[in-house]
Design a protein around this ligand. Structure first.
Ligand code: ZN
Length: 295
């Protein structure tokens, strides 16, 4: 098909940019455009024709593209798409670069998607091999939304798959938190042996565990909240033992200076939580030696 470009007809797609067609289609879907309209849009063609695309795209600056694409999505883009002038060109270029980055340069790390009881999780985690990334501490969160009431039976496999779609396709993150913990089970989400995305300052150095509930409102020390707490304490104890982490190094999300989330809710008291982790570790691994002289 042909489209008008600078007063002449350019071939679409340009011969060198076939790898980008799938990306353009995804972009079009994402932006709720008519696929054909977006594919035919002169600026997408222009971006493809830009010789920079034939080189390594070292000029990609991921964060600025992300903010651009988020603003695009917020504005539903169609109006901005029709703005004219250099702003439009810059926006379009960034828009296309964003999708190049997200779909080609950035790989979603995948999820494990398996649920374990606390004891099963302990066996699972002890069998993991830590050859690359190794976390230095654990960050505890609560989901806030959903609340306990919104998940009366905890997370189902479908809930976990929906969360994967949310982080991968809406947030455009490479990964999510490592665990989703409810009152029945511990769901492994992002593999524990890879860095996740959950807390801006701590992603590179910490595991992130999400507890089901909004502990500004849900009760953390009784009922279902207490069962969530027990599973979370067990998960932190397990990973502390597996990785040789001092439980005192554990953090809560709201300690991250770069976050605005009051997470987890105020009924989660960090020091009390850590005490319970230590108690469980002592219970599991304690065993005092017998004094050979007096015994
Ligand atoms: Zn959080």
């Amino acid at each position: 098909m042909g489209i008008p470009l600078r007063g002449r007809t350019a071939r679409w797609p340009p011969a060198h940019c076939s790898p980008f067609i799938a990306i353009a289609r995804a972009a079009a879907r994402q932006l709720r455009h008519q696929t054909s309209a977006a594919l035919n849009h002169p600026h997408i063609s222009l971006c493809c024709r830009n010789e920079a695309w034939q080189q390594r795209p070292c000029f990609l600056q991921r964060d600025s593209f992300r903010s651009t694409i988020l603003s695009c999505q917020t504005a539903r883009t169609s109006r901005r798409f029709e703005e004219s002038g250099p702003v439009r060109h810059a926006l379009r270029l960034k828009f296309f670069q964003t999708f190049f980055w997200e779909k080609v340069m950035v790989e979603w790390k995948g999820i494990v998607g398996t649920a374990y009881t606390a004891d099963e999780f302990d066996s699972y985690a002890h069998a993991l091999r830590w050859s690359g990334w190794r976390p230095a501490f654990i960050v505890v969160h609560n989901t806030a939304v959903p609340t306990l009431a919104q998940r009366p039976n905890g997370f189902t496999k479908q809930h976990i798959l929906n969360l994967e779609g949310f982080y991968r396709d809406q947030q455009h993150w490479k990964a999510g938190p490592h665990l989703f913990i409810d009152d029945r089970q511990i769901w492994v989400f992002t593999p524990l042996t890879m860095s996740g995305v959950h807390s801006p300052s701590y992603n590179k150095t910490a595991l992130g565990f999400e507890m089901l509930g909004d502990y500004d409102r849900d009760e953390f020390n009784s009922g279902r909240g207490l069962r969530v707490q027990r599973n979370a304490v067990a998960a932190v104890a397990t990973m502390s033992a597996v990785l040789g982490l001092d439980p005192d190094t554990m953090k809560v999300h709201k300690e991250d200076p770069l976050t605005t989330h009051a997470c987890p809710g105020r009924t989660v008291v960090k020091n009390k939580f850590i005490e319970k982790v230590k108690e469980l570790l002592a219970e599991r691994h304690g065993g005092e030696h017998l004094d050979p002289v007096s015994s």
